[in-house]
Structure formats: structure tokens, C-alpha cells
Design a protein around this ligand. Structure first.
Ligand code: SAH
Length: 453
């Protein structure tokens, strides 16, 4: 088998995350972006340590697991909802098998695997979406939506994206129409020229409150008064509480603000989870699937167990959601989070919810552990995708707490960390998947670690 050669084969299984196994001749090639049972054509593009990798070129035959038609118009080019042609129950069964295998391979000891809990809503679950301006093909008409899979340039208009509430689709189409009819330019990453960059939409699924954030460069001055009017005239189920014009001249493709102009209303919105209220600002992290997050946090609470007289550390605390949920069953909770705005919001939210036994520190987890005088009885970890910093994890485990709850949005990072836990005398007693991202390849995991007696 050589690089550049083209083969056909059947995906016999998809391992976590998105790793299709295709047996060809006496070898197994890893091909991403497929579903078990599909007959695919792929080109060999990499050889990594004896493992063969192929890039999917074409799906020759659909899989028996694909029991329904695509649910949106930009499938499969968009690539966000890889599993949308599978029934949700089949998606869950597949994620369950994937996680079991991932942890069986990594653990090497007995643990309880409690399956995968589904999201209460399968569609329209996202409370946040970041759309890009661009064109669908070179010099095509203005588009607004999601990047074509594998492309940094082509943007597909996501006017019927099923991951978000219809209100968001209506807003997207309204904004696109406004700028298309006026022939406004989009920002070209290579030339650093142009005006329109992103449309960041957030919508509380419980409250229906919507925050519209238009992100542009400062290369043009445009009157956005009529856009505001058009948006406020839309027939929506929820309600727009704020329209922000965010100026961003940074060369990198991340959404951030150099200057924020309030076009209408306020620069925050509220969402509710498990009876608690949270104020959310345009850039602060909040679990993207609100109803799914309730299942996640409820399960975290069960995993924490009885902590009435205990001091709990909530590391990587974001806007303090987990800390506040743990607060009702703990003596004291200390949250640590690196983004000052998120810490600010966490404090404000705790006060608003009448919670008085939480404190939040704005610091890097690695450094914060040096300053905190209290010793924890229990630690909750919810790190970003890359997992806990290799230097921070041993420090955390040195506290020697009896129980640790680890929430992972990237189970392969957790699987990697299992060894470090084991070296320090911990083993994973149980874990459970909580699907926050229906139709996609992702899955959240909660695990309970206990200290060996
Ligand atoms: N527990 C929260 C947030 C989890 S996301 C929730 O459920 O909503 C992970 C968080 O870790 C993010 O808010 C991110 O800003 C923060 N973070 C990333 N690196 C960090 C570090 N080194 N120290 C502290 N916080 C960090």
C-alpha cells in the first residue's frame, strides 16, 4: 500500500472518535467521517507507525444503519452532523460501544461502565452557534454558515441547520439577506481585507432570550440601524434581548472583541438549568446543550454523592455552574477558572441564586493550588479538550482525596490520563457517557475515581 493509492472497502467499525476501520487485503486502514457498514472509496494519505490512514473520497453504498433521510440541506458537505442519517437510538448504541472499548483498552482493570445517557432533545439543542461569512465557492455570492468539511475557505449557508432553534435560522437568513442585497464584502483571511466576519448567536432554550452578535472588521463604517429594525421585526418564538456589533481586527480566525458597540438592548442573556439562573455574556463558556447539561450536572451530583460536611474543589469551573450545583450538597465549594470574566460571572450568578458557600479564584489551576490554604475532601475536574495539564494532574492527586469526579468532553484525553491516576493509587470505579452532541461524533463522559485502600 502506497501513499496516493485508491482503494474501496467496507467500514467494519468506527472507534472513538470518528476512526473508521476498513479492512483491505491483510491490513486495516483508518478512514474518518464514515458510518459502520458503508462501502467507501478512499486514498491512502498517511502511514503512521505502521498504521495506515486513508482520506474518504466517496461513499459508494450507504450503510444499513442509515435508516433516515438527511435532515438538512448541507449534509454531508458540512460534516458537523456526521451521524444524522442514523436513528438517535443507533447513535447512542454506537457511542456506548465506542466508549466501552476506549476505556477497556486503557484501564486494564475492572470498572463499571454505565452506558450512555441520551440528550432529552435530539434536534435544536444548541444554545450557541458561531457562523462565518464567506462564499460557497470562489467568488460566489455571500454565504453565512459553516465551513465545508476539510476547507478553511468555503462556507455553506446553514439556513436550515437542525442543531439550533428555528429562531436562529430566521436570524441567520435575515442577516445574510441584509448584507447580500447591499453587496457588502466579507473578510478574506489571506488578504486581511473585507468587513463581515462572524455571526455569533446565543439563545437560552429555557428563557428564549436571544443575543445577536455581529462580528466585523473596522475597515468599513456601515449604518446598521436598518438591520436592527429588520431583526426586531422577525416573527420569533423567543425574544431578542440584545444586538451587539463586535469589532475584531485580529489576524487569527477566532471570535474576539477589540470594541463592542451595543446596537440594541443588553450585552448578556439569561439561561436556566436545574432551577438555577445564569447570566451569560457573549464570550463566556456555557455548556452548549442546556437540556443535555441538566442530565450531565444531575449525574455529576449523583457521582459526587453525600458531601454535606465536605470541602469541594471545582477545578476548571467556567461560569461556576458545577460549583453551584454542588453547593447545595457541600459545606464549601472553591472554583478555579483561568478566564477572569467567567469568574466574575460565576460570582454574580452565585449571588443571584442566593448561594453563599462558593468562592471562585481567577487563576491557572496549576498555579492556584499553591495559594489555596484549604484542603479538599473531594475534587471535581472539568478540563478543556486537551485534558488536565500533565504537571497539574500529579499535583491534584497529591491531595490524596478519597474521591474525584472527572468530567471530560474528550474521552480520549481521559483515557490517556488513566495511567497517571493508576500510578498515584487511584482507579476508575465507574463512568458514564452523557451525550451532549447528538448527530455528531462527540460525547461527554463522567467518571468517578477512588483511592485504593
Ligand atoms: N465546568 C464548567 C466549564 C468547563 S470548560 C462548566 O461545566 O460549564 C473548561 C474551562 O476550563 C473553561 O472555562 C476554560 O476557560 C477553563 N480553563 C482552561 N484552562 C485552564 C487552566 N489552565 N486553569 C484554569 N481554568 C482553565
Amino acid at each position: 500500500m502506497k501513499k496516493g493509492e485508491i482503494y474501496d472497502g467496507i467500514i467494519e467499525r468506527v472507534d472513538f472518535q470518528n476512526k473508521g476501520r476498513v479492512p483491505v487485503e491483510d491490513k486495516v486502514v483508518t478512514v474518518k467521517n464514515g458510518i459502520p457498514g458503508q462501502k467507501v472509496r478512499f486514498v491512502i494519505n498517511k502511514k503512521k507507525g505502521g498504521r495506515m490512514e486513508g482520506r474518504l473520497l466517496e461513499i459508494l453504498e450507504t450503510s444499513p444503519l442509515e435508516k433516515r433521510d438527511p435532515v438538512c440541506s448541507i449534509f454531508p458537505a458540512c460534516g458537523g452532523c456526521m451521524y444524522q442519517t442514523m436513528l438517535y437510538e443507533d447513535q447512542l448504541a454506537m457511542k456506548e460501544a465506542q466508549l466501552r472499548k476506549l476505556f477497556d483498552d486503557a484501564a486494564g482493570y475492572e470498572y463499571t461502565f454505565e452506558g450512555v445517557k441520551g440528550s432529552p432533545v435530539e434536534f435544536a439543542y444548541r444554545n450557541k452557534m458561531e457562523f462565518s461569512f464567506g462564499d460557497e465557492y470562489k467568488d460566489g455570492p455571500l454565504s453565512l454558515g459553516l465551513h465545508k468539511k476539510g476547507s478553511t475557505y468555503d462556507v455553506l449557508t446553514a439556513g436550515d441547520c437542525r442543531l439550533v432553534h428555528e429562531d436562529m435560522n430566521k436570524i441567520l437568513l435575515c442577516v445574510l439577506d441584509f448584507f447580500r442585497t447591499r453587496g457588502v464584502s466579507y473578510y478574506r483571511k489571506m488578504q486581511h481585507m473585507g468587513y463581515l466576519r462572524h455571526l455569533l448567536l446565543r439563545r437560552g432554550s429555557k428563557t428564549g432570550e436571544i443575543l445577536v452578535n455581529l462580528v466585523t472588521t473596522s475597515q468599513e463604517e456601515r449604518d446598521l440601524e436598518l438591520l436592527k429594525t429588520a431583526l426586531l421585526e422577525l416573527d420569533l418564538e423567543g425574544r431578542i434581548v440584545g444586538i451587539l456589533h463586535i469589532l475584531n481586527d485580529s489576524l487569527s480566525d477566532v471570535v474576539r472583541s477589540d470594541e463592542t458597540r451595543l446596537l440594541y438592548g443588553q450585552d448578556y442573556f439569561y439561561e436556566e438549568l436545574l432551577g438555577l439562573r445564569f447570566k451569560i455574556t457573549p464570550f463566556s463558556f456555557f455548556q452548549p446543550n442546556s437540556r443535555g447539561a441538566e442530565v450531565l450536572y444531575q449525574t455529576v451530583r449523583e457521582y459526587i454523592g453525600d458531601t454535606r460536611d465536605k470541602v469541594v474543589f471545582d477545578l476548571y469551573s467556567g461560569t461556576g455552574t458545577i460549583a453551584q450545583i454542588a453547593a447545595s450538597v457541600a459545606k464549601k465549594v472553591i472554583g478555579v477558572e483561568i478566564i477572569p470574566e467567567a469568574v466574575e460571572a460565576a460570582r454574580e450568578n452565585a449571588a443571584m441564586n442566593g448561594i453563599t458557600n462558593c468562592t471562585f479564584l481567577a487563576d491557572d489551576v496549576l498555579k492556584a493550588l499553591d495559594h489555596i490554604e484549604e484542603k479538599p475532601d473531594l475534587i471535581i475536574l472539568d478540563p478543556p479538550r486537551d485534558g488536565v495539564h500533565p504537571k497539574a494532574l500529579p499535583r491534584i492527586l497529591d491531595y490524596g482525596v478519597e474521591k474525584l469526579v472527572y468530567i471530560s468532553c474528550k474521552p480520549s484525553s481521559l483515557a490517556r490520563d488513566l495511567k497517571v491516576f493508576e500510578e498515584r493509587g487511584y482507579r476508575m470505579e465507574k463512568c458514564v457517557g452523557v451525550d451532549q452532541f447528538c448527530q455528531t461524533v462527540h460525547c461527554e463522559v463522567i467518571s468517578l475515581f477512588v483511592k485504593n485502600k
